[in-house]
Design a protein around this ligand. Sequence first.
Ligand code: MG
Length: 318
Amino acid sequence: MTYRFEFNPYQRQFRHPLTTHHGIWKVREGIILRLMDEAGRIGWGEIAPLPWFGSETLEQARQFCQQFPSQFTSTDIFSIPAELPACQFGFESAWDVLVARDGRKSRIETENTSQSLSHASLKYSYLLPTGEAALTAWQQGWQQGDRTFKWKIGVTSMESELRWFDQLVQALPPSAQLRLDANGGLTQNQAEQWLQVADQAGIVEFMEQPLPPEEFDVIKAMQDQYKTAIALDESVATLNQLKTCYQQGWRGIFVIKAAIAGSPTQLRQFCQAHDIDVVFSSVFERAIARIAVLNLAVELSHPHRAVGFGVNHWFVED
Ligand code: MG
């Protein structure tokens, strides 16, 4: 079977800029892929790079699409280099849709790929705005049924953030859970303070990436010292990094941004072969990649953890 494809760049504006330790983000840019097989069937894919997280840049993805053969086989798709993880994901998931339609996959996978009803079993983690705005913004998520909330820390002064955290913990109903995401922006001393506070609050599900990836050993040691669980995110941005952290003994939570992690086939194989605690998370991709990632989440994510996809309120429309 040979395939042809077209690609089109897109831009998606945030309703309000998203502030994290990595900086301010205003527009999500990516590429939509339209694969066609010999019978004229269409499979959509999406390349949604996140270069400051370790993926290729949009420009590198665009250049790759330009030089990719106009007619190709599945071997070409599975030969995309690991240095282009968002391209690997986009092409492979588009191909996956075509193969599923072709009836070569199991019935359940076909159902997952062709529509998103099976995503109804997933719970979502509602992303709060950074800073003080979180103190009222959680109510919108609560009203739509979300019970897990995520708040970015390590953005402004620790003193302010600790004060808002205290107020947020008071405001949230007892059945809510809170994830704290530092995006690698804390010092060891700050991380320890946060973990102590989190242990006392009793509402924190986990703290995400307290220190930068270079400080893996320190994070690993902290994991044993506090009740609050720790999740790696920036440390495990791609499948190769995820494998490395696993081999180095990480047994805490793995946040997987599948849209930039690389080959979904290899990711599935790794998750199925190892009993790891996985939280699938968004890179603010559009619906095409989102559905592909949520299909993986239905298959592979930890059943009691919400997926990090409560982000639709960050955009005007898709
Ligand atoms: Mg994170």
